[in-house]
Design a protein around this ligand. Sequence first.
Ligand SMILES: O=P(O)(O)O[C@H]1O[C@H](CO)[C@@H](O)[C@H]1O
Ligand code: HPA
Length: 274
Amino acid sequence: MHRKDQICHDDYQQTASWLLSQTQHRPKVAIICGSGLGMLADALKCQDSFPYSDIPGFPQSTVQGHAGRQVFGELKEKMCVCMQGRFHMHEGHSLCMVSLLGVETLIVTNAEGSLADSYQVGDIMIIKDHINFPGLAGLNPLNGPNDDKFGPRFPPMSGVYDKDLRKIAFDLCKSMDVSQVVQEGVYCMVGGPNFETIAEARLLHRLGVDAVGMSTAPEVVVATQCGNKVVKSYDDIEPVNHEAVLEVSKLRSHMLQTLVTELVSWMDINNNAV
Ligand SMILES: O=P(O)(O)O[C@H]1O[C@H](CO)[C@@H](O)[C@H]1O
Ligand code: HPA
């Protein structure tokens, strides 16, 4: 994992400044597209898009189903940036730079495995909290010397999934008449890249985990340290191979696109604020 002692604030700042010099957009919302959910970026209007390979100092996304592009644009008149391709911990990168673009709210999506007995394949779960297993064991994106320019050394993680935004997301699901496939639960991040054994999945289930994946928690930890609000929804899926993960995420991608678009339109964002 890229830690703060490997890439410094100035490096991230250079990358952010380069991007801001290439686009007029000044995003206040960042949307991370989970596996197979890259089309969330298609809804952006007036797009400026940058393959990760063209962005100086930016890592490459290697997982199938992640295009590897940053797409700037407008969603319901709100300026946004979509990460079409995330960096999983097993790829070795973290996501400090987005905050330096001026982003204040992070919407994270993913396609993960369900453990809760009541969930069906393809349900959408809105995260209320997470367990960052690698983080608890010392593999934390905030490891290393802290640069206060990013945020505090010991950032609190209680209530990081913004309650008001979660409520808006639920109300939107009601008005979209899709509440029957929407759940709320606890997400657990495991290190991957292998899927869990049956014994590991049982252990997580007993710990109260509703869905398990290999992403999201480090992004949310970093974004929270940098002062962002976070809202999170994800496809909740059963199968345990990546092709099946992508297949099921397709099931709900349009519903998620509508949900994310409507959620952004409800956000109190001043595009002109610096
Ligand atoms: O979390 P996203 O990016 O949706 O990806 C999920 O899909 C992959 C496994 O199929 C894992 O990387 C898991 O975290
Ligand atoms: O079962 C899973 N475990 C971890 N990550 C995943 N991503 C999709 N399904 C899973």
